[in-house]
Design a protein around this ligand. Structure first.
Ligand code: AKG
Ligand code: FE2
Length: 307
């Protein structure tokens, strides 16, 4: 779902000057979250926009949103951190921003690396359906991608698919295979806030949709040794995800937020000819992960209402 912000809110956000954030370990500090919320709540229509965002991520059939911050991005630029602070402030309305990677404080660059494995994060190829940090016991509840520059050659559309809908279209026999601890993917080291390594793991954990994850990455079909029957069931799921996919091109300033308990994501290949594009003009996204139920976000939209 696309979420536009009103011109009044845009104008107020352009004038806002949020302080630099502080971290508490790998998490955005609670004091920063409270401060950002206080500042943003004073702007016109902010509360309504945050509620719409929250609804589109968690309501029945919901699970992802694109918050359109393009005008704000044009006005603020990306040099002095103001745009990233406002973006982080929106994210903090949903859950607590954190960085699982010691090398990246909060936002992680996803640029374009010609010589990298094409199907991976900064590669130039097709990045098939997956959840981020799939092999952690506690993957991020949300993964978010802020578009700074799309592929100037016109490739790299984002793809999204409702994973529970895809699972429900599979035959019972395949679903049974997917509940078995027969899957593994990738390496696991030096990660914060995502639990332990999970290996092997089941793709379906049998609990209700919002309690667990459908722990899947189509990358395991090529990169992990799997038994034939389990691999076939995973392949069927990969095909159903593609059958149900939506795709769209993120524009500068678009902020994609994905509820990892509902939707899986990926990326179409960039267009050929990336070598000829200077580094500073190549596609650039910034990635940020969110943890629900910790910090200043808990209770904003749920617990408080029931008090
Ligand atoms: O390049 C993209 O659009 C997505 C990248 C991605 O999914 C990732 O790095 O986890
Ligand atoms: Fe990803």
């Amino acid at each position: 779902m696309l979420i536009d912000i009103s011109s009044e809110l845009e104008a107020a956000l352009i004038d806002l000057s949020l302080p630099a954030w502080e971290l508490d370990g790998s998490f955005l500090a609670r004091a920063t979250m409270v401060r950002y919320r206080t500042e943003l709540t004073a702007t016109p229509q902010f509360k309504e926009t945050a509620a719409t965002l929250h609804h589109s991520l968690t309501a029945e059939n919901g699970g992802y949103a694109v918050l359109r911050l393009g005008n704000l991005f044009t006005a603020l630029g990306n040099d002095d951190g103001r745009f990233l602070r406002v973006s982080a402030a929106f994210a903090a309305e949903i859950a607590t921003p954190f960085s699982p990677f010691p090398r990246w404080p909060l936002w992680k660059d996803i640029g374009v690396k010609i010589d990298k494995d094409p199907g991976k994060s900064s590669g130039i190829g097709y990045n098939p359906f997956h959840m981020d940090l799939v092999n952690a016991t506690l993957p991020p509840d949300y993964t978010t991608l802020l578009c700074i520059r799309p592929d100037p050659l016109g490739g790299g559309s984002s793809i999204l698919s409702d994973v529970h809908a895809a699972v429900s279209r599979l035959p019972e026999s395949s679903r049974t295979l997917l509940t078995e601890s027969a899957y593994h993917y990738g390496t696991f080291f030096d990660l914060f806030g995502v639990g332990e390594e999970y290996k092997p793991f089941p793709i379906l954990d049998g609990s209700d949709p919002d309690a667990g994850f459908v722990r899947f990455t189509a990358k395991m079909l090529k990169r992990s040794e799997l038994g034939q029957a389990h691999a076939d069931a995973a392949q069927e799921l990969a095909e159903e995800l593609v059958r149900g996919q939506v795709s769209f091109m993120l524009q500068p300033g678009d902020y994609l937020i994905v509820n990892q308990r509902r939707f899986l994501h990926g990326r179409e290949a960039l267009r050929q000819g990336q070598e000829a594009i200077p580094l500073s003009d190549r596609r650039l996204l910034l990635q940020l992960f969110l943890r629900a139920g910790a910090g200043a976000d808990s209770g904003r939209f749920s617990r408080r209402r029931h008090r």
